[in-house]
Design a binder for this molecule. Structure first.
Ligand code: ADP
Length: 448
């Protein structure tokens, strides 16, 4: 419901000044901001000037103006009596929130409104007071109004200038920031380029180093293969000659000589083992070992190993080779697999003073797991990687006094890798060891 605040009657163009002034007073009283007060007053003044301007068309006889508040909106209603001027009314869209014109044959009704900010806090009582104050205040002369208008114009100009200065300052700041960003960007891309150059150089050096390493490793393998091959013949000759000297059909030796010849034979046999191990490893490393794939019956392989390794087991250690349940077939190289398992069984017997060394085989999905477990001295966890390095032997003698070369496990691991599987260890000092060979039952030769 609209609360009426003020009512005016305009009869001539000079009354429009009063209307303008009153409009500003009403707008200020209901809490519109200064700029909105001026906008609204200007809108009403423009409507009034058009209605009473003879140069535009036949002027209105009179006009009534109502100011009111409805739903937090200041409403102005102008009812002009006389010929229609609706066509000539200027566009006031920017000055007010809403504008409607009802154009009749004898009256023209113009309604304008502007929203009042919520901060104005208009209550019915306050509106009553505003209405009373407006009715009692007298309108000023057109000259006062003109002076007031000039002041407002100056204020608006000043505000525009301030805006322009602020804009110029912001532009300058933006330009400065842009220059800073560009400088930073250039610096970063320079640094990136520098880093990239460094990385490229580093990679080139790395490539060169790996090529050198590869060449050195190949040279080492070639050297080992050649030297061990060359050594094998003379060492075998020494063993043969020592056996000849020891032969009962040869000239009898003194007791001392007999002991010395036995020593020579023992040392030569150790040397031959080392030379053979070296040769095997060199062959595995150089990639010259090609597995001969066939369907291997694990039960047959196990019984063959049981026979050959049993001789090594002493009275205090039991060798148990458990046959896997049939069918126990694996696609593999029987000779290489036998070498690996023999090596693990030998180690088990070498490092176990009492108890047992056991070999079992079981299926785990598409793999065979062959485990060699002993109750021997065990290996500290931090050495589990090292025992697969060439020539590494855990310090301290084997409990059975057997000697070794430190080449068996690295060789075994290479062979298992060649057969498509992996060789791992689980062990604790004093709690025995378990070496596990995991191999794909179907092999990796690509024919099955
Ligand atoms: P070696 O000829 O000395 O047996 P290996 O390469 O076969 O050489 O083994 C390396 C070392 O790993 C051995 O010297 C031994 O110290 C340790 N080792 C290997 N197998 C066992 C085992 N079953 N129990 C305890 N230690 C072992």
């Amino acid at each position: 419901m609209t609360v009426r605040l003020l009512h005016l009657v305009l009869r001539t163009e000079s009354d429009v000044f009063v209307a303008r002034q009153r409009a500003r007073e009403v707008a200020a009283a209901v809490g519109l901001e200064r700029q909105d007060q001026v906008r609204l007053a200007t809108a009403l003044s423009e409507v009034g000037r058009t209605l009473f301007n003879e140069r535009v068309g036949p002027p209105a006889t009179a006009a009534e103006v109502w100011f009111g508040v409805d739903d937090a909106t200041l409403q102005i209603e102008v009812v002009a009596i006389g010929p229609s001027q609706a066509e000539q009314l200027p566009s006031l869209g920017r000055l007010v929130d809403s504008l409607t014109i009802d154009d009749g044959p004898t009256t023209t009704v113009v309604r304008m409104s502007r929203r009042i900010p919520a901060t104005a806090g208009l209550t019915p009582e306050r509106l009553d007071r505003i209405s009373a104050e407006l009715s009692s205040s007298a309108p000023r002369t057109p000259l006062d109004e003109m002076a007031e208008q000039n002041e407002q114009l100056l204020a608006a100009l000043e505000e525009t200038r301030a805006h322009r200065d602020e804009l110029a300052r912001l532009n300058a700041e933006l330009e400065e920031t842009n220059r800073g960003v560009m400088a930073l960007y250039n610096q970063l891309s320079d640094e990136l380029e520098e880093t990239n150059r460094g990385v490229v150089a580093l990679y080139a050096e790395l490539d060169e180093r790996s090529a050198q390493l590869r060449a050195a490793s190949e040279a080492k393998t070639r050297f080992l293969a050649n030297v061990s091959h060359e050594l094998r013949a003379p060492v075998t000759a020494v063993i043969g000659l020592a056996r000849l000297l020891d032969d009962p059909e040869s000239d009898p030796l003194t007791e001392d000589q007999g002991r010395q010849v036995t020593l020579i034979r023992g040392s030569a046999a150790d040397l031959l083992r080392l030379v053979n191990d070296l040769l095997d490893l060199a062959k595995a490393e150089s990639g010259t070992i090609q597995p001969e794939w066939s369907d291997v019956d694990l039960r047959g392989l196990f019984s063959q190993l049981r026979g050959t390794v049993r001789a090594m087991a002493t009275g205090d250690v039991q060798l148990v080779v458990s046959d896997p349940a049939p069918p126990a077939e694996i696609r593999s190289d029987e000779v290489l697999l036998a070498q690996v398992l023999r090596n693990l069984l030998h180690n088990g017997l070498k490092f176990t003073a009492a108890g047992e060394v056991r070999m079992t085989a079981s299926r785990a999905g598409g793999d065979w797991l062959i485990e060699v477990t002993d109750t021997g001295v065990g290996i500290a966890p931090e050495l589990h990687d090292r025992i697969f390095e060439e020539f590494y032997q855990v310090p301290g003698r084997s409990p059975t006094g057997a000697t070794g070369t430190g080449l068996g496990l690295p060789y075994a691991r290479r062979l298992v890798t060649l057969l498509g599987g992996e060789l791992t260890v689980a062990s604790e000092p004093g709690a025995g060891s378990t070496f596990t060979v995991r191999l794909p039952a179907a092999g990796v030769d690509g024919t099955s």
